[in-house]
Design a binder for this molecule. Structure first.
Ligand SMILES: *[C@@H]1O[C@H](CO)[C@@H](O)[C@H](O)[C@H]1NC(C)=O
Ligand SMILES: *[C@@H]1O[C@H](CO)[C@@H](O)[C@H](O)[C@H]1NC(C)=O
Ligand SMILES: *[C@@H]1O[C@H](CO)[C@@H](O)[C@H](O)[C@H]1NC(C)=O
Ligand SMILES: *[C@@H]1O[C@H](CO)[C@@H](O)[C@H](O)[C@H]1NC(C)=O
Ligand SMILES: *[C@@H]1O[C@H](CO)[C@@H](O)[C@H](O)[C@H]1NC(C)=O
Ligand SMILES: *[C@@H]1O[C@H](CO)[C@@H](O)[C@H](O)[C@H]1NC(C)=O
Ligand SMILES: *[C@@H]1O[C@H](CO)[C@@H](O)[C@H](O)[C@H]1NC(C)=O
Ligand SMILES: *[C@@H]1O[C@H](CO)[C@@H](O)[C@H](O)[C@H]1NC(C)=O
Ligand SMILES: *[C@@H]1O[C@H](CO)[C@@H](O)[C@H](O)[C@H]1NC(C)=O
Ligand SMILES: *[C@@H]1O[C@H](CO)[C@@H](O)[C@H](O)[C@H]1NC(C)=O
Ligand SMILES: *[C@@H]1O[C@H](CO)[C@@H](O)[C@H](O)[C@H]1NC(C)=O
Ligand SMILES: *[C@@H]1O[C@H](CO)[C@@H](O)[C@H](O)[C@H]1NC(C)=O
Length: 742
């Protein structure tokens, strides 16, 4: 015996395992059919091996048997399983109650056979795989409680018979697939699923109305169907599901008013309805819902004033009402009891009055968005009691006393983003005389002071903002030169100075902006989230959304100095700014040649050199700018042939016009002696008119709005933190704008 044990040890672990398997076989006796069923399942998988080797399948990893040796659980989540699920492989596991294969890479469809014999199943979790195809006609088991098929590639409608026998269903999640047809409200038919607590249909292609029925799910706590193509009215009978804690239907085309009946949903904590067409007024008694934490109605058509009762919702964490038609004097509202409020978005409405003083007692506030209203008055020093304030957007109002505001706000230590564009019209740029010993804004990353016709020069105190990344000073009356110290700000990658009266030369120092020289290594990349992510889009609101697609990490580097009086050469050193995406030098007095080195800007997408006095040829190396989408060299004194056989020919001829000595495709004139001077003069006039007609042309608009919540509230809250930012040019401004950085 001793010798045997010694032998065992000597022969190592494998033998030991075998022995233990044999011993356990004697106790457990895994059924032969079950074993072969499991092996057949495993055989269709590719790497990594499941190591199902020993005889007794009840000892296998991920398998649980009952006392009689029937397999009851198959639990293999996040095991890196790959391969197809064969439709028959699990069919013999007739005693299976728990099937959890989530977070793998399994593919295949759930044909009826897959379910066929699983009629004891209680828990089915196949989420985060690559399963496809339509669902079978019905769930396999009357015992089923939890179904999670989310984050796969399922298609088709959910058959109304699907839930027929599922009388104990509590949780059903099919989010993030491609299901079509109606949201199956039949799920709540009387007696069918009386225990249903959680329904998630979000991020699919469901369409049509939300048919009545949900109200019969009397235990329903969470209902999500956001990001679909739903239309029609908010389902009235949902007000009967009085256990509801969360209603999330954002990103649809639902309309109508929210009824005052909503006050019956006394447990409601989340009302997430942004990006729809909801109209009417906010329910007058909304404030009776004292558990409300997240209310998001941004991008709807709400009208009227804010119901004062809202200020009784003392648990509010996030209140987003931006981009509606709300109105009324907000100065009178008493926010002082909202001590949990962290984000307030009232942007792009018709609110009047001043910044409510009571707001300054909401000590949790991190983000305030008031831009795009008719607010007036001055910024009060009390704002400094908001120690966590990180995002402040007051743009496009009628505030006054910019210098006073800046002197106060510069002491706001947590401030990351300050958007003041389009207010303080005609005032002077806060200058250094007023800001002696400036030592504020130490965490500021975004400063937007555009569109206000501010006078004065670019102030020296900006040179102390070592964290500044985005600077928007366009559309003012700024005079003087571009200070060369701008090029020393270590984090700056976005400069917009367009439409001012800036003169002098383009400083060479600007060609050494550290953040545009090299790709930052991953560890240097901060967490670029603002409390309201900064977006820019043409906001065509509808079911077809443009989603943020690029991480802020890829935020386009840009230098825009269009429409100023800058003279001198384009410095050849500009070629060092490898990460530059947009360079706009148009409508200035630049002279000399187009430096060959511009072709080093391999990431360049937009290059506008038009309406200057540039001469010489277009360097053929420009053709190597593979990402160039917009190019304009019109109205200069360029000459010679447009480099042939390159992308430059793919641009419209208009981007070369106004250069009488330029020739070759796409221009009509062959490379022979120049065309007459008359044509040149005529065209020149046209372009001048064009520019004045469209003062907003190419304005870069940044919108800040949150998509989803910022996971602070446990499992009931959508945790769709989109860490992305999307930038795009504006070509129409019909829609309401938030904040202009330019
Ligand atoms: C299931 O059981 C049947 C009959 O016992 C057998 O023919 C079939 O091969 C089994 N299927 C699997 C996948 O083991
Ligand atoms: C199978 O065994 C190998 C080697 O011990 C191990 O690396 C692998 O993780 C095991 N697979 C599973 C699914 O446990
Ligand atoms: C499936 O397993 C994962 C990982 O253990 C777990 O997080 C998840 O809750 C399980 N699914 C169900 C429905 O229990
Ligand atoms: C439903 O659940 C209840 C309580 O958990 C249980 O008593 C009943 O047997 C279940 N019914 C079915 C069909 O599973
Ligand atoms: C549904 O599943 C998704 C993952 O695919 C998850 O993010 C979401 O929170 C789930 N829904 C509910 C209500 O738990
Ligand atoms: C949606 O599903 C895909 C896989 O189909 C997954 O990669 C992605 O992370 C899921 N999205 C969310 C928000 O869960
Ligand atoms: C809501 O419930 C009440 C009482 O149970 C019922 O009379 C009413 O018809 C229900 N409303 C809807 C819209 O289903
Ligand atoms: C709402 O609650 C009131 C009183 O609690 C009740 O009379 C009314 O029927 C309820 N409405 C619905 C739609 O359940
Ligand atoms: C604001 O009100 C004016 C009229 O008072 C109206 O023309 C305008 O459309 C409203 N703007 C918004 C954003 O609702
Ligand atoms: C501007 O604001 C500052 C600081 O609040 C204040 O001291 C100053 O009096 C204000 N100026 C005017 C003209 O109101
Ligand atoms: C700034 O001045 C220009 C030219 O005087 C004028 O057209 C424009 O409306 C002014 N902008 C604002 C925001 O007042
Ligand atoms: C939605 O956008 C995609 C991508 O831009 C486009 O292909 C599709 O046709 C659009 N769908 C609708 C309904 O507009």
């Amino acid at each position: 015996m001793l010798v045997q044990v010694y032998n065992l040890m000597a022969h190592g672990f494998l033998l030991f395992l075998l022995l233990s398997c044999i011993i356990s076989t004697n106790i457990h006796a895994c059924k032969q059919t079950e074993r072969s069923s499991l092996l057949s399942f495993a055989s269709t998988l590719s790497s990594p091996p499941l190591n199902w080797t020993c005889l007794d399948c009840c000892r296998w990893k991920g398998i649980t048997c009952d006392q009689d040796g029937w397999v009851t659980r198959l639990h293999l989540p996040s095991k890196g399983l790959q391969g197809g699920i064969s439709p028959f492989s699990l069919a013999n596991l007739t005693h299976l109650t728990h099937l959890n294969l989530s977070h793998n890479s399994l593919y295949g469809s759930l044909e009826t056979q897959f379910f066929l014999s699983l009629n004891q199943l209680e828990i089915l979790d196949l989420s985060y795989n690559r399963l496809f195809g339509e669902l079978p006609l019905s769930l396999p088991s009357i015992y089923i409680r939890t179904v999670d098929l989310s984050s796969n590639h399922f298609v088709g409608a959910i058959p109304s018979s699907f839930f027929q026998q599922a009388s104990n269903l509590t949780s059903f999640n099919v989010s993030n697939n491609s299901f079509t047809g109606y949201v199956p409200s039949s799920i709540c038919q009387q007696h069918s699923s009386p225990f249903l607590r959680l329904l998630d249909f979000s991020s699919n292609v469901f369409s049509g109305n939300l048919a009545p029925g949900l109200g019969k799910c009397s235990k329903l706590q969470v209902f999500r169907a956001g990001h679909n193509n739903l239309s029609g009215l908010f389902p009235e009978d949902i007000y009967n599901a009085t256990e509801l804690e969360e209603i999330a239907l954002p990103l649809n085309s639902l309309h109508g008013a929210i009824s005052d009946k909503i006050v019956n949903l006394t447990n409601l904590a989340t009302l997430d309805l942004y990006y729809n067409h909801f109209g009417g007024e906010l329910p007058l008694n909304l404030g009776k819902l004292s558990k409300l934490k997240f209310v998001t109605f941004d991008f709807n058509n709400l009208e009227g004033a804010l119901p004062p009762s809202l200020m009784n919702c003392i648990n509010l964490v996030e209140l987003r009402l931006g981009s509606n038609n709300l109105e009324g004097d907000i100065s009178m509202l008493d926010f002082s009891r909202l001590s949990q409020l962290t984000k307030l978005d009232l942007r792009a409405n018709n609110f009047t009055g001043t910044v409510p003083r009571s707001l300054y007692s909401c000590r949790s506030l991190k983000a305030i968005g008031l831009s795009g209203n008719h607010l007036e008055g001055q910024i009060e020093a009390e704002i400094l009691s908001l120690k966590s304030l990180s995002f402040l957007s007051l743009a496009f109002n009628q505030f006054t006393n910019l210098t006073g505001a800046m002197k106060i706000l510069m002491n706001c230590r947590s401030l990351h983003a300050l958007l003041l564009s389009g207010s303080f019209v005609g005032e002077g740029m806060p200058s250094d005389d007023d800001m002696v010993d400036f030592h504020g804004f130490q965490n500021l990353r975004l400063l937007a002071l555009a569109g206000s016709n501010l006078t004065g020069q670019i102030p020296l105190w900006l040179s102390k903002l070592k964290n500044l990344e985005i600077l928007g000073l366009g559309f003012n009356q700024i005079t003087g030169p571009i200070p060369s110290w701008l090029g020393t700000l270590p984090r700056l990658f976005y400069i917009s100075l367009s439409h001012n009266r800036i003169s002098g030369e383009f400083p060479q120092q600007l060609c050494r902006l550290p953040r545009l020289l090299y790709e930052p290594i991953a560890s240097q990349v901060d967490n670029y989230e603002f409390e309201f992510p900064v977006f820019s889009t043409s906001i065509s609101i509808g079911a077809n959304q443009t989603y943020p697609q690029q991480k802020l990490y890829f935020l386009p580097g840009r230098i825009e100095v269009s429409n100023n009086n800058i003279s001198g050469y384009i410095p050849a050193e500009i070629g060092q700014l490898q990460l530059l995406r947009k360079l706009a030098l148009d409508s200035n007095n630049f002279s000399g040649i187009i430096p060959d080195q511009i072709s080093n800007l391999k990431n360049l997408e937009v290059l506008d050199l038009s309406t200057n006095h540039l001469s010489g040829i277009i360097p053929s190396s420009l053709a190597s700018l593979n990402f160039l989408k917009e190019f304009n060299a019109s109205y200069n004194n360029l000459q010679g042939p447009i480099p042939t056989g390159t992308q430059l020919q793919s641009f419209n001829a208009s981007v070369f016009e106004g250069n009488p000595k330029l020739c070759g495709a796409p221009l009509p004139n062959k490379c022979k002696p120049s065309k007459g001077i008359d044509a040149y003069n005529k065209n020149n006039k046209d372009v001048d008119n064009g520019l004045h007609q469209l003062p907003w042309f190419h304005i870069f608009v940044a919108l800040g709005f949150i998509v989803g919540f910022w996971g602070v509230c446990g499992s009931l809250v959508i945790n769709k933190t989109w860490r992305y930012v999307y930038f795009q040019f504006i070509d129409n401004l019909q829609d309401r704008l938030y904040v202009m950085i330019s």
